[in-house]
Design a protein around this ligand. Structure first.
Ligand SMILES: *[C@@H]1O[C@H](CO)[C@@H](O)[C@H](O)[C@H]1NC(C)=O
Ligand SMILES: *[C@@H]1O[C@H](CO)[C@@H](O)[C@H](O)[C@H]1NC(C)=O
Length: 313
């Protein structure tokens, strides 16, 4: 995701200037995924973890029989195993793909604990990384705040300038920022980990069109949650959602050229290239792999609880 080495070299290309300052729009509900609906909306990927986590992703029937996923009328749970000694995780990729769209994630709980690396993100099925990627929720080892990221390799030398909430400009050129990509840290500490969960979670929303990509976050207790988003309305108007936590405008590059239609992916890995590498710095005990191997009970709170995922087009 964010920390892989750059494997690509492309020729420098100046993109046509985009139209900046374009407003959002009205979108209509296209997919309303609640409870059991997650089983038909997502494909389970029993793959080996490309980020080298201490996990074994399982297929849907295994996840059901081991209760690693669990659906009720208003809730969908996805967790890592916390009873046996080798960690297993879940990876789900939605079968549908979207270009211009708004995705709303109503999340009650996200995986927490040392070694956890939860992610909600979007990418295409093939041609990665050329097909682009947007990380909406991502973090490791309970370290708040959440970061929304467009990985640098999507942009290569294009030097997209992202305006982070008025806090100044970030240069997404990999050569300018030592491969950290185009990331924006959220101001709200309760956007990730235990403080997110203690607050009853909240809503993440991402709007993508050819002019910009925006990501918003509202904690459950926020007084300014847009009512269309909160109520899962048939239509939403992003113009009324206020300042996003992350805003990646199309100032120098043509987003349509760099982002294919994307699937939504929800997964949880343990340790691996990011959570494992910064494990000690996060104030976690022992080593990440040993901790996972020997402390299954510590992963009881390593689960997602989704009230809904809604996609508007
Ligand atoms: C999740 O799964 C994808 C494969 O679909 C993988 O590339 C990614 O590294 C996994 N881990 C996280 C934390 O997203
Ligand atoms: C399965 O998981 C759900 C959600 O965490 C829980 O409520 C339920 O009791 C579990 N069922 C079993 C058989 O453990």
């Amino acid at each position: 995701m964010v920390k892989l080495p750059s494997l690509l070299v492309t020729a420098y290309a100046i993109c046509a200037a985009g139209i900046s300052g374009v407003m959002g729009a009205k979108y209509s509900l296209s997919d309303n995924i609640v409870g059991d609906g997650f089983y038909s909306a997502f494909e389970w990927q029993a793959i080996s973890d490309p980020t080298h986590g201490r996990v074994k992703y399982v297929d849907q029937s295994t996840s059901r029989s081991q209760n690693l996923t669990y659906a009720s009328g208003s809730s969908f749970i996805l967790r890592t195993d916390y009873k046996t000694y080798l960690g297993s995780g879940g990876a789900g990729r939605q079968s549908k793909s979207y270009s211009t769209h708004v995705a709303v994630f109503d999340v009650r709980h996200m995986p927490q604990g040392c070694g956890t690396w939860p992610a909600i993100w979007e990418t295409a099925k093939g041609n990665w990384p050329y097909s682009g990627e947007v990380d909406i929720v991502e973090g490791v080892n309970d370290q708040a705040p959440n970061a929304a990221t467009l990985p640098y390799w999507t942009w290569m030398h294009h030097a997209l300038i992202a305006n982070a909430n008025g806090n100044g400009q970030l240069n997404c050129d990999a050569y300018a920022n030592s491969n950290t990509g185009c990331g924006v840290s959220f101001n709200q500490g309760n956007s990730f980990g235990p403080s997110f969960n203690n607050n009853g979670g909240g809503w993440f929303a991402m709007e993508r069109n050819n002019n910009f990509i925006k990501v918003w976050f509202w904690p459950r207790s926020s007084g300014s949650v847009p009512s269309d988003l909160r109520n899962g309305a048939q239509t939403v108007n992003t113009d009324s959602w206020g300042t996003p936590a992350a805003h990646f405008p199309n100032t120098q590059c043509n987003l349509a050229d760099h982002f294919d239609a994307h699937n939504i992916i929800i997964n949880l890995t343990l340790c691996g290239d990011w959570a494992g590498n910064v494990y000690g710095q996060s104030g976690c005990p022992s080593t990440c792999v040993d901790f996972v191997n020997n402390n299954p009970g510590s992963f009881k709170n390593a689960y997602f609880d989704f009230a809904a995922v809604r996609v508007y087009k």
